[in-house]
Design a protein around this ligand. Structure first.
Ligand code: PMV
Length: 351
């Protein structure tokens, strides 16, 4: 049956970060990582149509068309084409696909837009092809498009097991605790800049592994952090969760600075927020908030609902103006109704 499927999905924020690959083609990480899947305060909406009427595979991201063939100099587009081909092979389908995707938040500014995009796309495409794939299989497909995307397929706290195998079959995400386990934990995202990052994460993963001396100690430290933070989540120990979160972000960014030439995603604004959060925690006599930064300068502040007002005040004092988005924990991608479709099936164009 040819019908457009529309899905919605969300980014995740890693508390223990993935940085560095042991395999560039399959997106296999050097270390395990752990994240929170965010709620629908930030979303990617994706419509997918496999049809004989579609003449070539095409993906529109926020209005920009990308043909799903070759590389186009864009690794993530090439990886998306590969994942679509794998799914089509399982479904024994020869139909071409039109995919239209839009984000409710800035793309490529370190807000994990590619994670939300890839997870939603894989989830939606599996439904459109009527595939009966489990979460592990979906997460492996999403991982191949963008590593961190494999963690956006399920809700709450999610761990990505790095795996050992060369074919990547044991490198997938698993839920550690669902969104109902500790819903007090929220993420306050302060958007300082919507500018695209200077160094893409794909380039960054590679050059850090290749050139940073400090990076040699990073994978075992991150794996240790995944174990400790899983305990903190089980015990609902925010003091510990916050410390590991801040240390892990600092450790990853230290390896970036140690990359040659150096990669610096953090700027003065980011550093001011870091100081301000440590001051807040000191004045409270305990950790009430933790900062974390992905491949970008926008701080994400992990806190508990009961502390949201003071944290908001601190962020506002430091960065004056700009947006703060508050996100709770989400439950992973889901399907939307037909009316939400982004594809005009008659004209075979984005709406
Ligand atoms: O999935 P990628 O290749 O865009 O890597 C992003 C990695 C970080 O966002 C910096 C950390 C993480 O674990 O999400």
């Amino acid at each position: 049956m040819e019908e457009t499927i529309t899905a919605i999905g969300t980014p995740n924020i890693a508390l223990v970060k993935y940085w560095g690959k042991r395999d560039d083609e399959l997106n296999l990480p050097m270390n395990s990582s752990l994240s929170i899947t965010l709620d629908e305060s930030l979303t990617t909406q994706t419509s997918i149509l496999f049809s004989d009427k579609v003449k070539e595979d095409v993906l529109y991201i926020n209005g920009e068309a990308h043909l799903l063939k070759g590389n186009e100099g864009n690794e993530k587009i090439a990886f998306t084409a590969k994942a679509i081909n794998q799914m089509r092979a399982i479904a024994k389908s020869k139909k071409k696909v039109m995919i239209v995707s839009k984000n409710s938040f800035p793309t490529s500014s370190g807000l994990a837009s590619s994670a939300a995009g890839a997870a939603t796309l894989v989830f939606g495409a599996s439904k459109a092809l009527d595939l009966d794939l489990n979460q592990k299989e979906l997460s492996i497909l999403a991982r191949q498009i963008s590593g961190s995307a494999c963690r956006s397929l399920m809700g709450g706290f999610v761990r990505w097991n790095k795996g050992e195998r060369e074919d990547g079959k044991d490198s997938f995400a698993e839920q550690v605790a669902d969104e109902k386990h500790w819903p007090e934990v929220i993420d306050m995202i302060s958007i300082v800049t919507e500018a695209k990052k200077k160094v893409s994460s794909s380039e960054g993963h590679r050059s850090t592994v290749d050139t940073s001396m400090l990076y040699k100690s990073r994978p075992s430290y991150a794996d240790y952090n995944v174990v400790s933070i899983s305990d903190a989540i089980a015990q609902k120990d925010f003091e510990l969760l916050a410390e590991i979160t801040m240390r892990d972000s600092n450790n990853m960014h230290a390896t970036m600075l140690d990359t040659y030439p150096p990669i610096m995603y953090l700027n003065d604004n980011s550093r001011e927020i870091m100081y301000a959060i440590h001051e807040l925690n000191e004045s409270e006599g305990k950790n009430v908030a933790a900062y974390t930064f992905d491949a970008g300068s926008n701080p994400q502040i992990i806190t508990l609902k009961k502390h949201r007002e003071k944290v908001r005040e601190v962020i506002e004092q430091v960065r004056k103006g700009g947006k703060i988005i508050e996100a709770g924990q989400g439950s992973g991608p889901r399907l939307l109704d037909e009316e939400e479709s982004l594809i005009d099936e008659k004209k075979l164009k984005p709406k």
